[in-house]
Every structure is written in structure tokens, then in C-alpha cells.
Design a protein. Structure first.
Length: 318
């Protein structure tokens, strides 16, 4: 992955510079699944790419009957995976909207996840889809030793996923979200889990970003000096360590990890380390994500404000 130049506008599409995925999204919106099947089949040995592509494609297909047709006409592991991804998205949206169909949709999603795991037992992705629904029922397995707050949660399900892929990015983020206050957790539990998981990860892993994610999630603008938290030595050193150890590894990624880069750039700017943040923004190229910027206001305005602080160009008016 080579960084692209910023040419005066932001690209918000979640496919970023995965050209294959961006093209397939167009096909899925048109109701065609052939190229989606091919794009997923080539990821069978790359779980990170498989998770990324299937999640983005599910967001495109969730409002259509595409995955049902696909599963009926070509019942491949890829079709089963996409049905699981789409069914989980529908179930979560219904639950969050307090839709009367939520329980029925959740049962469908669980059945879809079961089918996908049966079709590809070594693939962690269907288990990650199931983990996304764990927050609906507050699974309360006891925490392992090493956590100060020992928060209960879906530890058994998470452990099974790690047995298939120990550093699965999406799994870690899904798991951490189970401890967010908006899902019934607490700030201290989320920080505890984020620290525990990030410290286990290799030094050059994007999972080192988890404490920064928990920090954004706990942001409360009504608290005194809320915007100065990132200047504290522990958070500044966390961001600088990620900058030194993870950022050089990004050149080996198959697509630009926009969300992780955004969290790192944000932490560096908030910690008044604009020189390092500039390099992170450069690695992002023109690609943008709504988080973490939307936690602080309009995402485009917040992103532009951060880029200006680093002496970088931003989109013009209109």
C-alpha cells in the first residue's frame, strides 16, 4: 500500500484504496454478486482482508435481497458469510431502533452465523459477526486474571476467535465495545480491557490503538479540561509509541487502514505533536473516516481543523 496524494477533497468511502472492493460495491448496489464472490474467495487465507471486505459489502447489501438470492443460487462459504454479515447488521439496527422485529431478526442472524461457521470452520469472520451481537445480551463470562476491574463479558466467545486468529483486528474492537458505557459498561472497564488487550499485542500491531479508542469513547465535553486529556504523559507516550512502532508497518498493508490512522492522527494532534501527526495524515492520503472526528463535532470540520494544525491543505469551500 502506497500513500496517495491529497488532491483537495476527502474520500469517505470505507473501501478506501481497495480498488477491487470499491468496484464490487458498485456491483452489489446494482444487485449483482458474481464479483463480490470472487473478491471474497481470494481472501480465504487473509482474515484481515476478509473481515474488511465482508463488512463493507454487508453495509451495501443489507437493504436488499441480494445475499438471500446469492445463497440460494450459489451456496458457497462466501455466500454464507455474507448472509451472516447482513443478518447481523439487520439485527443490530433493529435492536438499536427498538423495532418489534428485533428478536426474530436476531434468531435469523444466529442461524446465519451457524451456517457460515459450518461452511468454513477455520474462518474467524462468522464468529466475529456473532460477537457483534454479544452486547445485546450482556454475556457475563468471568474475566481472566490480569484485569484490575475484572469486568465480566463475552470472554469465551472472544477466546474462541483468538484461537483461530490471535490478532484479529475487528474481533478486538467488537469485544472492547461490549464494555462501552453506551452498551452498559463503564469507562474504567473499557480502559482496563483496552490496556489488557493492547499490551498483549505485538509492538507493531494496530491493536496498540485500543486505549486511544477507549479514550475517545469516554470523551465528555462537559468535564473540566476535557480536551487536555490527550496531553497527559501516559496518552502522549501511547500515541508516540504507536507512531514509532506501527506507522512504519502500514506500508505493507493491502489497503490503507484509514480508521486506525485517524485515531492515531487525532491523538497526536490533541497531544500537540503536530510534526508526527503530519506524517500520519500523509499516510492517510485523501481517505477519511467519520470516527474519531464525529465524537467532537462535524467530522469534516474536525478533520480539517486537525489538518490545518499540521500545516496541511484542506478542501476549499463549496
Amino acid at each position: 500500500m502506497a500513500a496517495e496524494l491529497f488532491e483537495g477533497h476527502y474520500v469517505w468511502h470505507p473501501a478506501a484504496d481497495d480498488r477491487t472492493l470499491a468496484s464490487v460495491c458498485v456491483d452489489v448496489r446494482a444487485g449483482r454478486y458474481r464479483y463480490a464472490s470472487e473478491a471474497l474467495a481470494e481472501t480465504r487465507a487473509d482474515f484481515a482482508l476478509r473481515a474488511h471486505r465482508s463488512l463493507v459489502l454487508a453495509s451495501e447489501a443489507a437493504g436488499t435481497d441480494l445475499v438471500e438470492r446469492w445463497l440460494d443460487e450459489e451456496p458457497t462459504p462466501e455466500a454464507a458469510l455474507m448472509w451472516a454479515r447482513v443478518a447481523v447488521q439487520r439485527a443490530l439496527r433493529a435492536a438499536d431502533a427498538r423495532d418489534e422485529r428485533a428478536e426474530a431478526l436476531e434468531r435469523i442472524a444466529l442461524a446465519a452465523c451457524d451456517r457460515a461457521t459450518d461452511a468454513a470452520p477455520a474462518d474467524p469472520t462468522p464468529w466475529v459477526a456473532r460477537l457483534a451481537m454479544a452486547r445485546l445480551h450482556r454475556l457475563r463470562d468471568p474475566a481472566p486474571h490480569g484485569l484490575l476491574t475484572a469486568p465480566p463479558g463475552p470472554w469465551r466467545l472472544f477466546a474462541h476467535i483468538l484461537s483461530l486468529d490471535p490478532w484479529h483486528r475487528e474481533a478486538h474492537h467488537r469485544f472492547l465495545s461490549c464494555f462501552f458505557t453506551r452498551y452498559g459498561g463503564s469507562v474504567t472497564a473499557a480502559w482496563d480491557v483496552a490496556a489488557f488487550l493492547s499490551q498483549r499485542a505485538p509492538g507493531d500491531s494496530a491493536l496498540r490503538m485500543l486505549p486511544l479508542v477507549a479514550l475517545v469513547e469516554s470523551y465528555n465535553p462537559t468535564q473540566l479540561l476535557a480536551d487536555r486529556v490527550w496531553e497527559q504523559p501516559q496518552w502522549r507516550s501511547t500515541a508516540l509509541s504507536i507512531y514509532q512502532n506501527w506507522l512504519p508497518a502500514v506500508t505493507g498493508y493491502r489497503f490503507t487502514p484509514v480508521l486506525d490512522l485517524a485515531y492515531l492522527a487525532h491523538a497526536l494532534v490533541m497531544g500537540q505533536r503536530e510534526f508526527e501527526a503530519r506524517a500520519v495524515f500523509t499516510a492517510m492520503g485523501p481517505y477519511a473516516s467519520r470516527m474519531p472526528w464525529s465524537a467532537f463535532g462535524d467530522p469534516a470540520e474536525q478533520l480539517s481543523r486537525a489538518r490545518r494544525a499540521c500545516g496541511l491543505p484542506v478542501p476549499g469551500p463549496g
